[in-house]
Design a protein around this ligand. Structure first.
Ligand code: FPP
Length: 249
């Protein structure tokens, strides 16, 4: 996790510390197009995408942002060619194994959200190990959405709540936003203040639909592997110009 670490390590002076988002969510899009635009195979784009994500995690930590959530693999991504899906699963597993020691040193608390039971067994083991080992870390909360779909997340929360009602553990009238949030994968993580999507697409693609209710959305044309500290700086400057009213005047 060392590349680019010397660049813009301090919070840039034009950013106000008190107006930083507490939680940034990213839709890491454009790995394939980044590779194609250079005449490279798509898998190189994914490898560079991992580097970009590591750099962003380090940057959030350096600049005092307490939580980062990345969309690594959606429930729809299984529809990609088998070789690409296999490559991604192996890549995630390898990255986790390689980075665990450094995450411990840097006090990162990693969590995976999504339907993890459908992932390859060896990846599930690596995921459980990394979550278990970093559980008590008190640094940045890093959440990786893998085999994640927001509609599925909402449905599983509804099912869990319905079971509790059926068992007489909960009254229907007691179901409020806080109850609902306790049944989401993201329980205990504050909602994102800023959602960034790279490569110019104007969609939220089934990502954190409940949690982004009041998030500011920032879209950049940059492909994910090119999303560096300078790009993030631009996103934060734009975010700090926004007037967040949360439905009030
Ligand atoms: C989207 O680009 C990207 C992905 C499907 C994979 C994203 C994964 C990472 C950034 C790494 C996750 C890392 C950890 C820590 C496990 P695309 O393939 O959709 O690009 P395209 O739209 O140009 O084809």
């Amino acid at each position: 996790m060392t590349a680019q670490h010397t660049e813009l390590q301090e919070l840039p002076p034009d950013l106000k510390r008190e107006l930083l988002p507490k939680h940034v969510a990213v839709i890491c899009d454009g790995n394939g197009r980044w590779a194609k635009s250079r005449g490279l195979p798509r898998f190189i784009g994914h490898q560079r995408g991992v580097d970009a994500l590591k750099n962003l995690l380090r940057c959030c930590d350096d600049w005092g942002i307490g939580a980062l959530t990345a969309y690594a693999f959606s429930t729809e991504n299984w529809g990609r060619p088998t070789e690409e899906v296999d490559f991604l699963m192996t890549l995630f597993q390898r990255v986790l194994r390689q980075e665990l020691r450094e995450m411990m040193e840097e006090n990162v608390q990693i969590r995976f959200v999504g339907n993890l039971s459908a992932l390859p067994g060896s990846l599930q083991e690596e995921i459980s190990r990394s979550m278990e080992e970093t559980r008590n870390n008190r640094g940045i909360k890093f959440t990786v959405a893998t085999n994640y779909g927001a509609r599925q997340e909402i449905l599983q929360a509804c099912r869990a709540i319905a079971h509790k009602v059926q068992q007489g553990l909960l009254e229907p009238d007691e179901i409020d936003e806080a109850t609902f949030e306790r049944h989401l994968y993201t329980e205990g993580i504050c909602d994102p203040d800023l959602l960034i999507r790279t490569s110019g697409e104007m969609r939220v693609s089934n990502f954190l639909l409940w949690q982004i209710a009041y998030a500011e959305i920032y879209i950049t044309e940059a492909f994910w592997p090119d999303f560096n500290r300078n790009e993030f700086h631009r996103a934060l400057c734009a975010y700090q110009q926004r007037d967040r009213r949360f439905g009030k005047v």
